[in-house]
Design a protein around this ligand. Structure first.
Ligand SMILES: Nc1ncnc2c1ncn2[C@@H]1O[C@H](COP(=O)(O)OP(=O)(O)OP(=O)(O)O)[C@@H](O)[C@H]1O
Ligand SMILES: [Mg+2]
Length: 244
């Protein structure tokens, strides 16, 4: 059994409609159970594309992705999406729905359409409320998410990713647009999941100071390729050299 929960071997991906224009090239990386890894790179470097590839949202042109030692294919995607929670860049919430309904959306992958028609079982609703409580949002559970602040919305998105009890959390720019207090709350939430529950976290961040503070290891992408992989010491120098 492999030590790694995420392995990419020579990954090449492209978007449907432009399959001849690869976005990621020769990506090989390994992430261990319980690591906190930060993904860095300039706008357009391919960070979101890499995270999406890990949950099968972008077609692989070449290479392989293994999650928990199993090669990704369409048959095991439901399992992968249960094991791997994703916080999308910009939150990806449905603004017309309440906070709790958005959190329950994180359960849709585990239910048939028929089951969904009859609503969510009480235990799912209680779990959603418990998660919102843990994230300091219990009073806002029935508020439309469009009426919540950016930081509150981001915490709803975290609760939605956590309701499936994922083993791995992929967080795409979890703090972009948040004020200093909300940023700290969101990062502390991720840090707690990592230290207290041993969750593997891969987060895209743009702030090098925050990367060094929270992550154990950094991967820097430039134009779809990995240009640095290693410790977060001296990240400023690594980042500048690799992006000149
Ligand atoms: N849905 C899509 N269809 C086609 N090309 C896309 C799509 N999404 C992204 N791209 C292209 O893929 C490249 C990488 O985009 P990606 O969103 O992965 O970058 P990023 O590193 O996350 O940037 P940012 O820091 O701005 O979020 C860009 O050239 C972008 O134009
Ligand atoms: Mg992005």
């Amino acid at each position: 059994m492999s030590d790694y929960v995420i392995e990419c071997h020579n990954l090449e991906t492209a978007y449907v409609g432009s399959l001849n224009r690869p976005i990621l090239n020769e990506i090989s990386c390994h992430i261990k159970q319980g690591e906190f890894v930060v993904l860095l790179g300039l706008n357009g470097a391919g960070k979101s594309t890499l995270l999406r590839s890990l949950v099968g949202l972008v077609p692989l042109v070449k290479g392989e992705v293994h999650i928990n030692g199993v090669a990704m294919n369409s048959r095991i995607l439901p399992q992968i999406r249960r094991d791997v929670g994703m916080l999308f860049q910009g939150g990806g919430l449905i603004p017309q729905l309440s906070a709790i309904e958005n959190v329950l959306c994180g359960r849709l992958g585990t239910r048939t359409t028929w089951q969904t028609l009859f609503g969510f079982p009480k235990r799912d609703r209680l779990l959603a409320l418990e998660l919102l409580e843990q994230l300091g949002l219990r009073e806002l559970a029935y508020q439309r998410t469009s009426k919540l602040s950016g930081g509150q919305q981001q915490r709803v998105a975290i609760a939605r990713a956590l309701i499936q009890s994922p083993q791995i959390l992929l967080a795409d720019e979890p703090t972009t647009g948040l004020d200093v207090i909300a940023t700290q709350q969101v990062m502390e939430t991720l840090a707690e999941l990592h230290t207290q529950q041993g969750m593997t976290v891969v987060a895209v961040l743009h702030d090098l100071g925050m990367a060094a503070r929270y992550a154990q290891r950094a991967i820097v992408l430039d134009a779809g390729r990995i240009v640095y992989e290693g410790s977060c010491d001296n990240l400023q120098a690594q980042f500048v050299v690799n992006n000149q």
